[in-house]
Design a protein around this ligand. Structure first.
Ligand SMILES: *[C@@H]1O[C@H](CO)[C@@H](O)[C@H](O)[C@H]1NC(C)=O
Ligand SMILES: *[C@@H]1O[C@H](CO)[C@@H](O)[C@H](O)[C@H]1NC(C)=O
Ligand SMILES: *[C@@H]1O[C@H](CO)[C@@H](O)[C@H](O)[C@H]1NC(C)=O
Length: 370
C-alpha cells in the first residue's frame, strides 16, 4: 500500500503532473538575442540582422540556414538538451499553435535585440526584451483560453525561463556614437541603467508567473573578432571587456536579490566570462587552433557581416572559437554551455528536489525555413 502510493507519486513526478491538476509538460520560454535566436528574425522581412544565407546552419540538420547565427547549436539548445527539455520553436514560426506551445515552449529571442528598447535600432527590425515579454503575454492569453486559468497558471509557473540579453546593449547601442546612450551615460551609470531596466523586466516576468529563471551573463565582448579589428594590433578591446565584467557582477547581485525577494522564485545567474577568456588566451588547451578570426570570413575584408555564400570556410570548424564576427562556433558553444551548466548548479538526476525533467524528446530540425 505504502509502496504503491510512493510509486504513484513517483510516476506523477516523472510525468510532470502536479497535484494542482496541471497535466502539462515542463517546457522552456526563452528570451534573448542572436546568441540564442532560433529563427525569429528570418521572419522580420526588414531586419538587417538575419542569418538567412549559407553558411549559417551548415552543421545543423540539413545544413541549410535555420535562423541560428552559428554553424550548429546555440548555448541554449545545448543546455536545454542536457536538461531533457524539448527545443522551443521560434515565436514567429508559422507552425506555432497552442499545442506546440504546450509541448515545446516558445523561443522569443531576436537577433539585435537588447534589454533597452532602442538597442539595435539600426537593424530596423528586432524584438527588444520588452517586446518579447509582450509577445509572451499574448501566448499566455491563448493558453488560458485553451486550458483554463488554473491549469495555465500551473503550466506557466512550472516552466523554465531563460533570459539572455545584454551584449547588444553595449555593442549595438552604448558603444556606437549614433546612439544617444553613448553621450548620455558614463560606463558606470549605463550599467546601472541596464540593471534598473532588467530588474523591472524580471519582476514583470515573475508577475506573469515565471518562477524558475536562468539569467545568462556576458562573455568577453571585447574579444569578438569585430572588436579586435578596431585596433591595429588586433588586441581585445579592454574597455569593452570591463563593461561586460561590470554587467556580470551587477546582474549576479540582482539575481540573488530578486531570488530572495520574489515569492517562490529561483533566479540563477551564470556567466562563462573567465572560461571564454581562457579559451581565447589558450586555445590549444581546449582543442582550438584559432581564437581571434571568424571561421566563415571574406579574408581581409572585414565588414560587420562576413559570413555570406561567397565567404570562405576554415578547414576545420571544430578548431575555431568564432564562427562569424560576433558569434561562437558550435564547438565553442558546447564548451560554454557545459561551463554554464556547472555555474547554474544543475539539477542533476541525483538531486531530490530537482524539477522533474520532461521526457527527452529528440530535437527535430526546424523544417520551416526554405
Ligand atoms: C519600452 O517599451 C515598453 C513597451 O514595449 C514600454 O512600456 C516602456 O515604457 C518603454 N521604455 C522606455 C524607456 O521607453
Ligand atoms: C508560493 O507557493 C505556495 C505553496 O505552493 C503557494 O501557496 C503560493 O500561492 C505561492 N505564491 C506565489 C506568489 O506564487
Ligand atoms: C551527484 O551530484 C553531485 C553534485 O552535482 C556530483 O558531484 C556527483 O558526481 C553526482 N553523482 C552521481 C552518481 O551522478
Amino acid at each position: 500500500m505504502k509502496f504503491e502510493a510512493t510509486l504513484a507519486a513517483l510516476v506523477a513526478v516523472i510525468l510532470g503532473v502536479t497535484i494542482g491538476g496541471c497535466q502539462c509538460k515542463i517546457i522552456q520560454f526563452i528570451f534573448g538575442d542572436s546568441l540564442i535566436d532560433v529563427g525569429n528574425n528570418v521572419y522580420l522581412a526588414k531586419s538587417l540582422a538575419q542569418p538567412s544565407l549559407p553558411w549559417y546552419g551548415v552543421d545543423f540538420g540539413d545544413g541549410l540556414p535555420n535562423g541560428r547565427f552559428t554553424n550548429g547549436r546555440t548555448v541554449a539548445d545545448i543546455i536545454g538538451d542536457s536538461d531533457g527539455l524539448p527545443r522551443p520553436p521560434a515565436f514567429m514560426d508559422p507552425s506555432l499553435t497552442e499545442d506546440v506551445v504546450l509541448e515545446n515552449g516558445v523561443n522569443f529571442a531576436s537577433s539585435g535585440g537588447g534589454i533597452l528598447n532602442e538597442t539595435g535600432a539600426h537593424f530596423i527590425q528586432r524584438f527588444s526584451l520588452y517586446k518579447q515579454i509582450e509577445l509572451y503575454m499574448g501566448i499566455q492569453k491563448l493558453i488560458v483560453n485553451r486550458i483554463g486559468q488554473q491549469e495555465a497558471q500551473a503550466f506557466f509557473q512550472q516552466a523554465q525561463y531563460v533570459v539572455a540579453l545584454g551584449s547588444n546593449d553595449f555593442i549595438n547601442n552604448y558603444l556606437m556614437p549614433v546612439y544617444s546612450a553613448s553621450w548620455k551615460f558614463t560606463d558606470e551609470s549605463f550599467v546601472s541603467y541596464l540593471m534598473e531596466t532588467l530588474e523591472g523586466q524580471l519582476k514583470l516576468l515573475h508577475n506573469l508567473g515565471a518562477r524558475q529563471l536562468m539569467v545568462f551573463g556576458l562573455g568577453p565582448l571585447g574579444c569578438i573578432p569585430l572588436q579586435r579589428v578596431m585596433s591595429s594590433s588586433g588586441a581585445c578591446q579592454e574597455r569593452t571587456n570591463e563593461l561586460a565584467i561590470s554587467f556580470n557582477k551587477a546582474a549576479s547581485q540582482l539575481s540573488d536579490k530578486l531570488s530572495g525577494q520574489l515569492p517562490n522564485a529561483s533566479l540563477r545567474f551564470g556567466d562563462a566570462y573567465d572560461f571564454v577568456n581562457d579559451m581565447i588566451t589558450n586555445p590549444l588547451k581546449y582543442g582550438f587552433s584559432n581564437s581571434n578570426w571568424p571561421c566563415c570570413s571574406l579574408g581581409n575584408i572585414r565588414p560587420a557581416v562576413t559570413c555570406t555564400p561567397v565567404s570562405t570556410l576554415c578547414n576545420d570548424r571544430s578548431k575555431y572559437v568564432f564562427w562569424d564576427e560576433y558569434h561562437p562556433t558550435d564547438q565553442a558553444n558546447e564548451l560554454i554551455a557545459n561551463e554554464l551548466i556547472k555555474k547554474f548548479g544543475f539539477i542533476t538526476a541525483n538531486t531530490t528536489d530537482a524539477p522533474s525533467p520532461a521526457p527527452a524528446v529528440a530535437p527535430s530540425p526546424p523544417g520551416f525555413f526554405f
